[in-house]
Design a protein around this ligand. Structure first.
Ligand SMILES: Cc1cc2nc3c(=O)[nH]c(=O)nc-3n(C[C@H](O)[C@H](O)[C@H](O)COP(=O)(O)O)c2cc1C
Length: 185
């Protein structure tokens, strides 16, 4: 039998009604049986300050510990001004430090993005992939979960109502679990 996989998910939006947070909740409902998705809230992570990286804020220490303990990472992010939202990049920068203690090192990772626009955050996904190179992560290439016109697919209660999107999220998770098991061998 395959080993159980623990995934840590976080969203690049702090907004209560965030469509990207909604994607993470939908992902938790689509997990292969026996695997686990824990969602970490980036709210409260302070702006990165290199002076503090040897005595990191408690919330950052907790974030780093959860990343290290996870077998795989799942990021759901909006696109801000054609790139990665500052909130997400800031959290990634903290977790990559201090030099020599990059919590993401060697981790498999999958991305989803939702936007109210017609490109669904695709450009942010490609910028995120660029950071994965330095972080030495192992991203899933396909399927690409790019949720366009999110307002039409996620209702006011934050529930993903679009079945096609649900299916592709399920495929992404199956792919992430299989990839993680392969990397563990
Ligand atoms: C500062 C800012 C910049 C944005 N830039 C983009 C953008 O470049 N591309 C895009 O598709 N949507 C952009 N949007 C719209 C977001 O797609 C939309 O706000 C989305 O709902 C944010 O995700 P969330 O619901 O998870 O918070 C921007 C929104 C904000 C607040």
């Amino acid at each position: 039998m395959s080993e159980q996989i623990t995934i840590l998910g976080f969203a690049g939006s702090l907004r209560k009604g965030s469509y990207n947070r909604a994607l993470l909740r939908a992902a938790a409902e689509s997990l292969p049986e026996g695997d686990r998705l824990e969602i970490f809230d980036l709210d409260g992570i302070p702006p990165f300050n290199q002076d503090l990286e040897k005595q990191m804020p408690e919330i950052v220490k907790g974030f780093k510990a959860k990343i290290k303990a996870a077998d795989a990472i799942l990021i759901a992010t909006p696109e801000h001004n054609f790139s990665i939202p500052g909130v997400l990049k800031n959290a990634i920068d903290w977790a990559s430090r201090p030099y020599g203690d990059n919590s993401f090192e060697g981790k498999p990772v999958a991305i989803m993005s939702a936007s109210t626009g017609m490109l669904g955050g695709a450009r942010a996904q490609y910028h995120l992939r660029q950071t994965f190179v330095f972080l030495d992560m192992h991203p899933i290439n396909k399927p690409e979960v790019i949720v366009t016109f999110a307002r039409d697919k996620i209702d006011e209660q934050g529930k993903l109502t679009d079945e096609t999107t649900r299916k592709i999220i399920k495929q992404l998770l199956e792919s992430l679990v299989a990839w993680t098991q392969r990397l563990k061998q």
